[in-house]
Design a protein around this ligand. Structure first.
Ligand code: ATP
Ligand code: MG
Length: 256
């Protein structure tokens, strides 16, 4: 089952369109964790800001279809629908090209089943005109279901950045995700970021070691964060931004 996501998909004319739409993107980083609430969305949004602040062309795509929240992290008004013209141009938020199903669902619940979610993902990818990007950051849903894995199955050479916390509950869950990712031949995991940890924990470091992937660094617990979510200038002054910037400078980009 774990390999299915990279098996050829059935004939759907959108697949060729999707390949074309993604052709100008250099690096694709899905931010993943089987554990919910570990900071995937916040890290996706702040990492997009950091790479943008370093002068890169950056996109942020929210593929948490049933529970999108990246727009809240970035402070994007989902009332402003992206411009349409032979497809849909992402909204530009603080220099970041941003796309989310929330533009269409307007924060109403979207009670979809597995194949319906996959269908929405295809539709979003088929309509979105990204143009040239250095980085596309993808916020993904929690879990190990098809929903979480479908989120990366349409991209050539995605490099997942896995988020864990020092909690044994998170470690246990993330271990299963790493096992799944390990089974996908040729998939390169960028590494693990340990969130909400004031210092690197032995547990997460050992987890990274067990799967021969990089421990990218820790992001401290930032008690001010909930007050500044949605305000990108204030987000830039947080411990989270500073810690993640250090991690990005060391590990991401052509000259890390
Ligand atoms: N470094 C941090 N310091 C303090 N709070 C944090 C930190 N990282 C994330 N949080 C808080 O943890 C909560 C969950 O964050 P977030 O929504 O980004 O997680 P998630 O993994 O995307 O969750 P879900 O699995 O539901 O999509 C939020 O309230 C966020 O403010
Ligand atoms: Mg999230």
């Amino acid at each position: 089952m774990s390999k299915a996501i990279f098996m050829p998909k059935e004939k759907d004319f959108r697949l060729a369109v999707i390949d074309r739409r993604l052709a100008g993107i250099n690096e694709i980083y899905p931010i993943m964790s089987s554990k919910g609430g570990v900071g995937k969305t916040l890290i996706s949004a702040v990492l997009a800001l950091i790479l943008r602040d370093r002068g890169y062309k950056v996109g942020l795509l929210d593929l948490d279809i049933t529970n999108p929240s990246a727009h809240t992290a970035l402070g994007v008004s989902i009332k402003e629908l992206p411009e349409e013209e032979k497809g849909v141009k992402p909204l530009i938020a603080d220099g970041i090209k941003f796309m989310s199903v929330a533009f269409y669902t307007q924060d109403k619940p979207l009670p979809l089943r597995g194949w319906e979610i996959d269908n929405v993902i295809r539709e979003l990818l088929a309509i979105t005109i990204w143009g040239d990007l250095d980085y596309l950051i993808i916020d993904t849903p929690p879990g190990l279901s098809d929903e979480a894995l479908d989120a990366i199955s349409y991209f050539r050479s995605p490099k997942p950045l896995v988020v864990a916390t020092p909690s044994p509950l998170a470690i246990n869950s993330v271990r299963r995700l790493l096992q799944l990712l390990n089974d996908l031949n040729g998939l390169k995991v960028l590494g693990i970021v340990e969130n909400m940890a004031n210092e690197p924990s032995k547990r997460v470091r050992e987890l990274a070691e067990a799967f021969s992937i990089k421990y990218l660094g820790n992001v401290p617990l930032d008690p001010t964060i909930d007050e500044v979510i949605g305000d990108t200038s204030k987000l830039r002054n947080t411990l989270l931004y500073v810690a993640l910037k250090g991690i990005a400078e060391k590990n991401l980009g052509p000259n890390p």
